[in-house]
Ligand binder design. Structure first.
Ligand code: ADP
Length: 394
């Protein structure tokens, strides 16, 4: 068995999961509110430890993680961690697969940071810190974008001047690819699909829909950045781009401030004015809150429209619709509403199956449904650990 640490570093948080690979998850947790006050959570053997620890840099966060590993006898020495798998949001067109991290990769990722300024710099920073703190470990980068690199040009070139693509790499990249890869792997091991045509609805706080054709990424709702596509917790998803100029003129806010609002103050939160959390939205809808009802209606309609579009992209040959991530796995009401409003495909849901608590791959459609609908709990961390192990032991 080998200790593999999976790291998902953002601009103000670091999530981690430690494996005794291949058999078990040893512990997991996160450092959040970096640069603000600092909160540390560690889950080990069904115990949840929560600490307030000031963390004013990624380095301090990593130090807190490793110190707590030692304190709770998870490791005795940092170098027991042999392999580190890093989630990287943006791999550009360069990384079509996961890769061993060396100095040249770090340089390339720093270049790619301009495409994902909110996401990549944290990951790169953390890679450098681990290289110093755990010099005997080997690291692998696993990209959210890799799965979508098989998209045809018509699905990734934007209808803007072509030079934006050639000179500035403006194109659709898509995110949540590691989740889609997990879903593909799971379905391939459990079902006997003829074509491998799947529509994957990854509905978390960040959310995207992906059309998978012949087991490969064919189209996806996120774009150059995770802001595009369906409505999310705090992100707008697709909007008329000219809204920015219009609102900027009136409010005197510049493009940076407005983009920040589209990322952090829009979506479910922006429309409802209540919360970005789907549980709060559903509770408010049940109480008859009008803006929560509008927010939920928009949310459902965006998902339904993307599924309909992708059904066409897949030439009416979709074999499975999958719901995954926080909302997809837990919110039976959302699944039911989506299926109910999906008129383009003749799917019927088995309400009893849909309403049960789901912790493993479950079919929630009836047997006479035109397309099968599944709930599949995603596991991006195990994909990262597997990739890291396979690349190091190649
Ligand atoms: P991310 O990884 O993008 O931060 P998650 O996949 O953890 O997000 O999903 C978070 C979302 O899942 C939140 O909107 C939360 O409200 C929703 N969620 C979790 N459990 C439930 C539930 N039982 N019912 C409805 N929504 C839920």
């Amino acid at each position: 068995m080998v200790k593999i640490l999976v790291i998902n570093a953002g601009s103000s948080s670091v999530k981690f999961q430690l494996y005794n690979y291949p058999s078990q998850v040893v512990c997991k947790g996160l450092c959040e509110r970096l640069f603000v006050d600092g909160k540390f959570t560690l889950e080990i053997n069904d115990k949840k430890i929560k600490l307030d620890v000031p963390m004013n840099s990624h380095k301090e966060a990593i130090q807190v993680i490793l110190d707590n590993f030692k304190k709770h006898n998870i490791i005795k020495d940092y170098n027991e961690i042999k392999i580190i798998g890093h989630r990287v949001v943006q791999g550009g067109s360069v990384y079509k697969e996961s890769t061993l991290i060396d100095e040249s990769v770090i340089l390339k990722l720093e270049e790619l940071s301009k495409l994902a300024p909110l996401h990549n710099p944290g990951a790169v920073n953390v890679m450098k810190i681990f290289a110093k703190l755990c010099p005997e470990s080997k690291s692998v980068a696993v990209f959210d974008t890799s799965f979508h690199q098989t998209m045809p040009e018509k699905n990734f070139i934007y209808p803007v001047p072509y030079s934006w693509y050639e000179d500035h790499q403006v194109r659709r990249y898509g995110m949540h690819g590691t989740s889609s890869r997990y879903i593909v792997k799971k379905i391939r091991s459990e079902l006997n699909l003829k074509e491998g045509n799947i529509i994957n609805c990854h509905l978390g706080n960040g959310a995207s829909i992906t059309a998978i054709k012949n087991w490969k990424g064919y189209n996806t709702s996120m774009g150059l950045t995770p802001l595009a596509g369906i409505m999310m917790g705090t992100r707008s998803g697709d909007i008329d781009p000219a809204i920015l100029e219009y609102v900027s003129k009136i409010t005197k806010k510049d493009v940076f401030e407005l983009t920040n609002i589209l990322n952090k103050e829009s979506g479910l939160l922006g429309v409802s004015g209540i919360s970005s959390d789907m549980r709060d939205i559903i509770a408010a809808v049940e109480k008859g809150n009008k803006r929560a009802i509008v927010a939920l209606d928009i949310y459902i309609s965006k998902i339904v429209n993307y599924i309909s579009m992708y059904q066409n992209d897949l030439e009416n040959k979709t074999e499975a619709i999958v719901f995954t991530a926080g909302i997809g796995e837990n919110a039976s009401l959302i699944r039911e509403m989506v299926i109910e409003k999906l008129h383009i495909i003749d799917v019927t849901i088995d309400k009893a199956k849909n309403n049960q608590r789901i912790s493993e791959m479950t079919k929630i459609s009836t047997d006479n449904s035109q397309v099968d609908v599944y709930v599949i709990p995603t596991d991006e961390e195990i994909m990262i650990a597997q990739d890291a192990y396979n690349i190091i032991n190649k």
